[in-house]
Design a binder for this molecule. Structure first.
Ligand code: 26Y
Length: 817
């Protein structure tokens, strides 16, 4: 391995062991031989961090002094996963670390286990942000990730006796955390409330309260690039943490009220992942991190300048808006330019629209954020004025273009109503240069449906960037066996920074010895997962079954209920004697999913899955043929263990609803086959790996549209397919609730009367394809061949490629020169 380009290249294992020992003795006052795993982890992190500091600082000053436009990724979520293994890999310190641990007498895996993963995101959008900052560094691009350092990340999921979801606080910071550097020198004031006063022709905001935004900086080392960027996550603090006067009046609680109020802003991640709630605190969070980030970027690129020439801002940096969450940045930059730096509207608007771009991650209309004008006016009165002015000018522009009044009303940023709302996606579209969707199909639907009026008038703004995932974390770290086999097959590990090279494996799909090795890798990964699941969850999983996984947030549109209904139908068929369990390919069906705490239907589905698991796993009649496992608290760590062991991946959303999906890419890259609908990036995966190597089923977007317009009656499907009827009847009759018929009443009622995402309509097709899957699986070598072809043709789905697409088509920049 050639580590020369990597920052930590020159350190030997022995040297690293010495540094870790020293850190244990001097930093933690413990003898290395007495240290716990947690202490060794902390010391290792400190040492690895130090190895990156020089490259980090070099990159920073090159960025500020150089002429390469930087990228500021603005995201309310970063679902990072563990940092230590990734930092070791990217800095070339993996092997020295192994040696160091051996020398000190520790098992690396025990040390890695001591790290709590920062779960500062809900799901796909947050994990995508983490992949993109990895790729930006790996491509050598000067970049910042900006976000919030939530004290509590995504809740920890537990299941109670009845199989219901319980949410526990994610206390990831309770014992401190060795990666973040609290950069007090770069703290910023973020203000709220108050009013706007006119002074001559200038309007100024006189806020009535403020918090201190303190950046906690994380290093983001690129893989083999020598570049280390910054992830700057803001923490909210009070200016006056403690009011002594109040305390002296014996009001001990009152004395800390300002502190509590300020810190609330970065206290907890909102666990909703699709339906915005319009909560004031959420808007406070959004403005908090965006205002701090914009001011920080200006301070970075114009250091010490009292009157910087901000007309050059677009040549210094551009900001990517990760969905609508940071869109309040558009009026904030207008305010900064006009009120604080004295630019006129036109100049400010020209700068603003050139620095922002917007990525949309959804198609569900209910997921598009709209803020009540009243709330914005109350919390950010000056921004409300600016938004109204943006809207007024936009409407005037539409009128000048002869757009009909009806269409103008559809396109207004501020809705015309008694209680007007601000449509954040429209504000982002108008206030930036480019709008992109996250897969071909999604971008097409954005243009044709969600933002149709806008794409018709401003077609040049719209583009697609299909998502990608980092092969470092999701192949190399998660699946070292497959990685070694790939490197052996291709003759080098260069594929890790040029994933299209995987194409070279295609020829090996017909090489029997390679196929054997591939089968052996999957078998070993399955055995690892069995051991992990036994240790962590107490599960007894039979490794000689097909591992069939569905891992993602629980949402009706993703249709976990389709999967569980199919399991129930299979079970019912065995129970009624219609199917001989020995005729089935034995399967272990694995779910991982968190439901938003307020999402009743999703929570009922979780309860159903748990109880189907309880019943099925304890029924000797299906023992060895079918089992269901639901490891709780699905997170990055679980994904990294399960994906490499999975053989069949479920991507079964209703066509036209999943914007892209990124789990689908991770599975294909790890040699699983997909059963899926033509939705999101599934479409592109299938066209790349070939129809023969993808299990396609179900309605397509046009079928769905047609059925909606014809009038969809789920009950007809229930009556028509006896397998479906048997499954639903089983749920309704209490088979999975100890005879209690009311437990799943909402689910059953919804299936039979609404079923908005047409689970029932796709059920028969989904059942039918199962026999095809079984048949394919019986031919183990044939299956492996298909899986190899999946790996070979999934190189496109690297986040390096996605980032390069953004660089070329949206950000118009590249590696630091
Ligand atoms: C407004 C708030 C409630 C909200 C919070 C989180 C809205 C949306 C989200 C998160 C959305 C999300 O994760 N979307 C997913 O983004 C992935 C990355 O682009 C896609 O692969 C996936 O299809 C999409 O559902």
């Amino acid at each position: 391995l050639d580590y020369t380009a990597r920052p930590g290249s020159t350190v030997s294992g022995h040297e690293l062991a010495n540094q870790i020992s020293q850190e244990l003795r001097l930093g933690q006052e413990v003898e290395p031989s007495q240290a716990t795993s947690a202490q060794v982890y902390k010391a290792s992190a400190a040492v690895v961090r130090r190895q990156m500091v020089e490259a980090w600082q070099r990159g920073q000053s090159q960025m500020v002094q150089g002429h390469t436009r930087a990228v500021g990724y603005l995201s309310a979520e970063y679902l990072l996963g563990k940092q230590l293994p990734n930092a070791l890999l990217n800095t070339g310190l993996e092997a020295p670390f192994q040696q160091a641990m051996q020398e000190l007498g520790f098992e690396p895996d025990d040390i890695f286990a001591a790290e709590r993963e920062p779960g500062l995101g809900n799901g796909g959008l947050g994990r995508l942000a983490a992949c993109y900052i990895d790729s930006l560094s790996s491509e050598g691009v000067p970049a910042f990730g900006y976000g919030i350092r939530y004290q509590y990340g995504i809740f920890e999921q537990a299941f109670d006796q009845e199989g219901r979801q319980r949410e526990l606080a994610d206390t990831w910071l309770e014992e401190g955390e060795p990666w973040g550097f609290e950069n007090f020198g770069r703290a910023r004031r973020v203000s709220f409330g108050g009013s706007v006063v006119a002074e001559g022709d200038r309007r100024t905001w006189q806020p009535d309260w403020a918090v201190k935004a303190v950046p906690v900086d994380y290093m983001v080392p690129g893989y083999a690039s020598g570049r280390v960027n910054t992830l700057r996550l803001w923490e909210a603090k009070a200016y006056q943490e403690f009011d002594l006067a109040t305390f002296n009046q014996s009001d001990y609680i009152g004395a800390v009220v300002p502190k509590v109020k300020a810190e609330t802003i970065s206290k907890v991640l909102y666990p909703e992942d699709s339906t915005p709630q319009g909560k004031e605190l959420r808007l406070e969070q959004q403005y908090f991190f965006v205002a701090a980030s914009l001011a920080d970027a200006i301070a970075t690129f114009y250091p010490g300048e009292r009157e910087p020439d901000l007309t050059t801002l677009p040549s210094k940096i551009c900001f990517q808006l990760n969905d609508t969450h940071p869109v309040i940045g558009i009026p904030e930059l207008m305010r900064l330019l006009m009120d604080e730096h004295g630019y006129g509207w036109d100049e400010a608007w020209s700068i603003t629209t050139r620095v922002f771009n917007y990525t949309c991650h959804t198609l569900l209309p209910e997921a598009l954020e709209e803020w009540p004008a009243q709330l914005i006016a109350h919390l950010l009165p000056r921004h409300w004025e600016i938004i109204q002015e943006i809207d007024r000018r936009f409407v005037a522009d539409l009128q000048a273009r002869q757009v009909s009044d009806e269409q103008i009303d559809r396109m207004r940023i501020v809705t015309k109503a008694d209680q007007p709302k601000v449509r954040m996606a429209y504000l982002a579209t108008v206030g930036g240069s480019y709008v992109n969707g996250v897969a071909e199909l999604h971008s097409q639907l954005l243009k044709d449906v969600t933002l149709k009026d806008f794409s018709a008038l401003f077609p040049e703004k719209f583009t697609n960037v299909t998502n990608g995932v980092t092969p470092r974390r999701f192949v190399r770290l998660a699946n070292p066996r497959l990685s070694a086999l790939i490197s052996e097959g291709l003759g080098s590990d260069a594929w890790l920074s040029d994933l299209e090279q995987l194409k070279g494996l295609e020829a090996l799909a017909d090489d029997p010895s390679f196929v054997d090795k591939f089968i052996e890798v999957k078998r070993a990964n399955k055995a690892d997962f069995v051991a992990f699941a036994q240790r962590k969850y107490g599960f007894e999983i039979d490794p000689d079954t097909m591992f069939d996984s569905m891992i993602k947030r629980l949402h009706e549109y993703k249709r976990q209920s389709l999967k569980i209904l199919a399991v129930i139908a299979q079970y019912a068929a065995v129970k009624s004697g219609q199917v001989d369990p020995r005729s089935l390919v034995p399967r272990t069906v694995i779910f991982g999913a968190k439901a938003a705490p307020g999402y009743a239907m999703a929570k009922e589905t979780i309860q159903l899955i748990n109880n189907v698991a309880r019943v099925v796993n304890n029924d000797p009649q299906v023992a060895g043929a079918l089992s269901v496992r639901f490891p709780w608290n699905y997170n990055i760590e679980l994904a990294e263990h399960l994906i490499p062991a999975t053989e069949l991946d479920e991507q079964i959303s209703q066509a036209g609803k999943e914007a892209s999906g990124t789990g689908n890419m991770k599975f294909a890259l790890n040699g699983s086959l997909t059963v899926g609908t033509l939705d999101g990036a599934n479409v592109e995966i299938r066209s790349r790996v070939g129809a023969d190597n993808f299990f396609l089923f179900g309605m397509q977007v046009e079928d769905v549209d047609r059925l909606y317009s014809e009038g969809y009656d789920p009950r007809a499907y229930y009556e028509a397919d006896p397998r479906l009827k048997a499954a639903i009847d089983m749920v309704a009759s209490g088979s999975f609730s100890e005879g209690e018929r009311s437990t799943y009443r909402n689910l059953v009622e919804d299936w039979l009367s609404k079923d908005y995402f047409m689970t029932l309509a796709d059920f028969s097709a989904y059942m039918d394809i199962q026999s095809e899957i079984d048949e394919a699986y019986r031919d183990q070598r044939g299956w492996a061949r298909k899986a190899i072809i999946n790996v070979a043709n999934s190189g496109f789905f690297s986040s390096d490629r996605a980032v390069k697409d953004y660089l070329e088509r949206i950000w118009h920049t590249g590696p630091q020169e």
